[in-house]
Unconditional design. Sequence first.
Length: 545
Amino acid sequence: MTKSIVFISDFFLEQGITGGAEAFNDELIKMLVQKLYDVERINSNLFEPSMVSDDHFYIVANFMNLPEISKTALLDMSYIILEHDHKYVSTNDPSKFVNMIAPVKHIINKRFFTGAIAIFCQSKIHSEVLQKNLLLDTVVNVGCNLWSEDRLQMLESLIGTEKTKKNVILYSNNKNKGMPYAIDYCNRNNIEFELIQPCAYKEFIKQLAQSERVFFFPQWLESFNRVVIEARILGCKVTSNKLIGATSEPWFRQHKGKSLLQFIRSKREEICQKFVSAIEGKELEFIDPLPIPKISIITSLYKGGKYIEHFMSEVIRQTVFDKCELIILDANSPDGEVEIIKRYMEKYDNIIYERLNTTPTVQETMNLAIKKSTGEFLTLWNLDDTRAYAALEVMSKYLSVDPSVDLVYAESCQTNKENETLESNSSQGNLYEHSHLDFSKENMIKCLPGPLPMWQRSMTNKIGLFDESLKYAGDWDMWLRCVDEGFKFKRIPYVLGLYYMNPEGLSTSSKNSGERFEEEKRIFNKYKHVFGEKMFDSFKGYFNG
């Protein structure tokens, strides 16, 4: 125990803020002090970069008031986040979004959460929702909350109290606690009720113990919710909704009354020990990592001699390459790339290479590869492009957690130099024109997925393969066909790729520009109903002028 602990939070219990978060924080600090740690409490608005030191371990709880410059300074330090109230979502409530997955524009503090050694959540649903939104595998579910022994004894003394109040609603001006909704529920169902007015904790618990049933309808996802546990210990029945984190725990329905109180008491040391493990650098028990389904990487090869070594060395560095199959179809290329590919095949048994006796079109080659593939997810990877080493991992996680999305795409920087890496390139941050736009039917006037699409095989099963009558814009046609059938795409707002504007490329060379333009024109007119009248009118001068 060589490092002292700095505990950062917006408020502390001794400052008169008596919320559940402050109660948890206060009890955790006291338990750490009992274990002989030196714990310094600092309000988040007062924490400055100059306070950062390698001699400290940092626990960051509520941090609404923590300056951005201080968050950045902490990134180089050892810290954990004790998550309260969904500080990763701009609304502080993921429950208002479909599947509790916030649109990317509502995700906040991603960098700060990513930099933490671990993120401690308070319930099963709390941890799972955070993980789905941040796509991190460093989430710990403590599975409970902390009460002081004094409060547990107070609760214990009130078990069995006579029920003199039939139905109660907790009075609160906090709109998220849902008092008006509880009142409305009772009125609609002709249920008479009393309000428990704000009061000191001891008096509140006494009134709660006298209550037969509590009506409580929170309006956001509660990380845990102590009141429901206290009510259950005191023998109250609870009528509520599905936004209470505590009820997602498997133990919740197994215990009530004194059994529940004893369970809560027994969890105290277990919870504290999880924090001690993080502080001491010991192994932590994270919740199950996000699943990565098998990914099929589809690559069409023709005249790729000057790109193949770079391509192979980059693709095998993907963080989830062991969960991929790389399918390379050689369209009778004259460059002898196979010798380089064989070297990699000797090391990796998930590389599938086949040389064709003819030179089919790109669309035909991709279709052949798709038919050979076995992955649940599919992605196209052009030989002359490259990707961030975590690109496939990030994209597959985005696609895995949101069942409403059929295809994801990411932003790419654009370069004019061949065989560069995303880490070292000459793009100067210039983005590929198409993929920086969010998905919508109107924005599909551009081929949004660009060089970085990843999609569900189920979409291909329903929509069919690439149109083999097309030579240049088969991908644009394919994605428009999918959108026309109601499939949904999602943009990942991060640069995950490097697009090489190849002067010799099929879709970029000046030699093919006339024929390519005529093909794009046909597609433009074919999918007028997808873009909409306004977007069609904006571009018809270009295509039909």
